[in-house]
Design a protein around this ligand. Structure first.
Ligand code: FAD
Length: 522
């Protein structure tokens, strides 16, 4: 008889049940566990809790009689119940989970932890689990280890990894050469937003219609909240992201057909009234496992080959998915468990209340208030607001990077442990001292002004370092450089900026004012 197969809530696409290439047994009965303790442990954005539960319950409805769907307090209890029904004492399979905690949990259940395991069932609920290879990524753990091990200990930068993935998977390649002759079209993809327009002139993203499953999820969330059982943050407006495979494919199709051509050009730009611009909004369905990255990049390449989308857009999109997403996934495992505690800049300030509560109205700085409202209302912003508005505020103000990571994890619809750790600890907070990036990502108000329409309506001025109109990003940038002067002077990529400090005659005043404002929302 086929071994039952356990599906986690981020393993929802058909590829997680494909028996080929070391997958679960053909026609394996499926077990899904909705564990309440997950929601109790962290105060998640309500739209995120809604999305994940809706997607799990939709998947269960599709699988029909094949699935045993258990609502329980913990995974362990849920499995006990499910296997009690599906047949006790049998071995089960699970695709490699996406977090260390979940991997440790399934390994502790018994079995020798690999695909061919014949270990004895453990005492805990008589469950023995065979962990199958990970799905939902282009590059396997073994292949990554091979790449990382090549050249022994050389730095693991994205660019080298990305080129290797392109060659190995034949993505956007003309023979042995990158399509168009260049690997990287980034410099075509950094345009400021078009002046005088408050939205991009592109078709809007795909939008779902809620159904009875969403209604039921919303009733459950209301009930748990009312009972004081579970607390959420943010607003659970109409669902914005795909919850089924069919919806995810519609979203992908709409993006590739109507929005991909403009993806590249304004990738880094921000418009207050158009938070999505030409971004794909595909991170949530990708991270739920509803889409496979291979099909996303293949469709994008097809649009390029058919002459329907320019290379800078297609290369930019392929770089995000086959480059960044894969890179982050593998770094999560490669860097090890203690990566989450890295804090080379020794930042220890707690997150302020207005930030924790997504209280956009308490904030005066227009960029931060606008972006915080986007997070509050949707659980999503694109990468530049995450990096250069939210992350940069945390970095400049010296907030504890582990607390910042937890905040992003809870508040973003696409946030999971694997994707948050490298993106926040490494990319955004530089808490790893440069394992992932060559310099900290932060800027003064001038960058935000150039790349957005957010400064015009602001009470602060991006050029002002001191005084009542001093921009918190401009003042914060110089305070940050000053605080870490020694380290940043020794880094060739930041040394020049540090020299700039010496020319600031108003630095003492700037530091005084910054200190006196430390406890008020910017
Ligand atoms: P697009 O701009 O359309 O990009 C296409 C796809 O590329 C995304 O859907 C995503 O799957 C992938 N991608 C691009 N960059 C990354 C990256 N750095 N890491 C992983 N995937 C990437 N992405 C998440 O999926 N989950 C997160 O929790 C998350 N947290 C982030 C936190 C910070 C501080 C920063 C700077 C970035 C974070 N990202 C995260 C990466 C990126 O911001 C989001 O993937 C992207 O904004 C999602 O919107 P989109 O689908 O419209 O992306």
């Amino acid at each position: 008889a086929p071994r039952p197969h356990w599906l986690f809530g981020d393993q929802l696409g058909p590829h997680f049940l494909d028996p080929r290439h070391g997958g679960p047994d053909a026609q394996a009965p499926v077990v899904m566990v909705e564990a309440r303790s997950v929601l109790r442990r962290r105060r998640f954005h309500r739209a995120k809790a809604h999305l994940v539960l809706s997607a799990m319950r939709h998947r269960a409805a599709e699988l029909g009689d094949r699935v045993t769907y258990v609502k329980a307090e913990t995974y362990a209890e849920g499995l006990e119940q499910a296997l009690g029904r599906a047949g006790r004492g049998r071995r089960m399979t699970v695709c490699h989970p996406t977090s260390r905690a979940a991997l440790d949990f399934v390994r502790a259940l018994g079995g020798d932890g690999n695909a061919n395991g014949n270990g004895n069932a453990s005492a805990r609920g008589d469950v023995g689990v065979d962990v199958l290879p990970a799905r939902g990524f282009l590059v396997s753990h073994d292949d990554f280890a091979g790449w990382a091990g090549r050249g022994g200990g050389r730095s693991l930068r994205l660019e080298g990894f990305y080129r290797w993935v392109r060659e190995r998977h034949g993505l956007l390649m003309d023979g042995g050469e990158p399509a168009g002759g260049r690997w990287n079209l980034d410099h075509d993809n950094r345009e400021p937003p078009p002046r005088g327009r408050d939205t991009l002139d592109v078709e809007g993203p795909w939008q779902p219609h809620e159904d009875a499953v969403d209604d039921e999820v919303r009733r459950d969330l209301d009930r748990w909240e009312r009972a004081g059982d579970i607390a959420f943050v943010g607003r659970d407006g109409p669902r914005r992201f795909p919850a089924t495979r069919r919806e995810a494919l519609s979203a992908l199709r709409r993006f590739v057909t109507h929005r991909l051509p403009d993806f590249g050009r304004y990738e880094d730009a921000m418009l207050a009234a158009d938070p999505v611009m030409s971004h794909s909004l595909l991170s949530a369905p990708l991270n739920l496992g509803l889409l496979d990255p291979a099909e996303c990049v293949e469709r994008a390449e097809h649009a390029y080959r058919a002459g329907d989308a320019p290379l800078n857009s297609v290369e930019g999109f392929v770089r995000q998915i086959a480059g960044w997403r894969e890179y982050v996934w593998h770094l999560y495992w490669h860097f090890g468990e203690d990566y989450r505690h890295r804090n080379v800049l020794r930042h220890t300030a707690p997150l302020p209340e207005w930030f924790l509560e997504l209280d956009a109205d308490a904030v005066t700085a227009n960029c931060l208030s606008t972006v915080l409202a986007q997070v509050r209302d949707t659980g999503w912003t694109h990468h530049i607001p995450r990096l250069m508005v939210l992350g940069s505020r945390a970095l400049q103000d010296g907030w504890d990077p582990a607390a910042v990571t937890d905040w992003f994890h809870r508040c973003f619809v696409d946030g999971y442990d694997w994707v948050m750790l490298p993106n926040v600890v490494g990319m955004s907070q530089y808490a790893d001292g440069g394992l992932m990036t060559t310099k900290p990502y932060t800027s003064g108000g001038a960058y935000l002004h150039r790349m957005s329409d957010l400064c015009g309506a602001c009470a602060y001025r991006p050029t002002d370092r001191t005084g009542e109109h001093a921009c918190p990003y401009t003042a914060g940038y110089w305070s940050f450089l000053h605080r870490h002067r020694t380290r940043l002077a020794a880094n060739p990529r930041t040394a020049r900026a540090v020299h700039g400090l010496d020319r600031l005659t108003d630095l003492p005043a700037l530091l005084d004012e910054a200190a006196s404002r430390a406890n008020t929302p910017p």
